[in-house]
Design a protein around this ligand. Structure first.
Ligand code: MG
Length: 171
C-alpha cells in the first residue's frame, strides 16, 4: 500500500476542497468577517491562519473524510436510511457537526463559539454551500468549512493575545 506523506495529504485535501468549489481565499474571507472588529487584520493574515489549520493532520483527515462522505452520498452509494438522512441534511442528524469538532477544538474554546456563530450566521462560502443543497450534497462540507474558519479565527485571536502579553511583559 502506498503511504502518503503530510505534504501530499495537504495538497490532496486542498484539491478536494477546490473540487467542491471551496478556495482558501473563500475561507479566509469568513475568518476576516469573524475577526475584523477585534483586531487590526488583513486578508493575508487570515489566509496564513487558514493554511496553518489546513496543514494539521486532524484537519486533513477531517477534510478528506467529510468530502468523501458527501461525494459518496451524491453518488447514492450509501444504504437506506442513512443515504436519505445525509442527502436531506436532516435537522437532527448531528454527525456532520461531531466530525467537524475535531477541527474546531484544535485551538481551544473560542473555536466553538465561532463555530456556533457560523451555524446561525452563514457567511460567504458557508452560505454558498448551504444554498447548493438540493443540487449537490454539502451536509458534511458546510460544517467542515465553518470549522476550519472557526479554528483559523481562534488561532489568529490567540496569536494576537500572545503578542499583547509579550508587550505587557516588556512594558
Ligand atoms: Mg451540515
Amino acid at each position: 500500500m502506498y503511504k502518503y506523506d503530510m505534504d501530499e495529504l495537504f495538497e490532496l485535501s486542498i484539491e478536494a476542497l477546490r473540487k467542491k468549489g471551496v478556495e482558501i481565499q473563500d475561507i479566509a474571507e469568513v475568518v476576516y468577517e469573524l475577526q475584523k472588529d477585534y483586531a487590526p487584520i488583513t486578508i493575508e493574515l487570515c489566509e496564513e491562519n487558514v493554511l496553518a489549520v489546513l496543514r494539521k493532520r486532524e484537519t486533513i483527515h477531517a477534510v478528506l473524510t467529510a468530502l468523501a462522505i458527501d461525494k459518496a452520498v451524491d453518488q447514492k452509494l450509501f444504504d437506506e436510511p442513512i443515504q436519505s438522512i445525509i442527502e436531506d441534511d436532516e435537522g437532527l442528524y448531528g454527525i456532520d457537526e461531531v466530525l467537524s469538532l475535531a477541527v474546531v477544538n484544535i485551538y481551544g474554546s473560542i473555536g466553538l463559539t465561532n463555530f456556533g456563530f457560523l451555524d446561525k450566521q452563514k457567511i460567504g462560502i458557508i452560505d454558498k454551500l448551504d444554498k447548493m443543497k438540493g443540487k449537490e450534497v454539502t451536509t458534511f462540507t458546510d460544517d467542515l468549512v465553518a470549522a476550519i474558519a472557526a479554528a483559523a479565527a481562534s488561532r489568529l485571536a490567540h496569536g494576537f493575545r500572545i503578542k499583547e502579553e509579550e508587550q505587557h511583559h516588556e512594558a
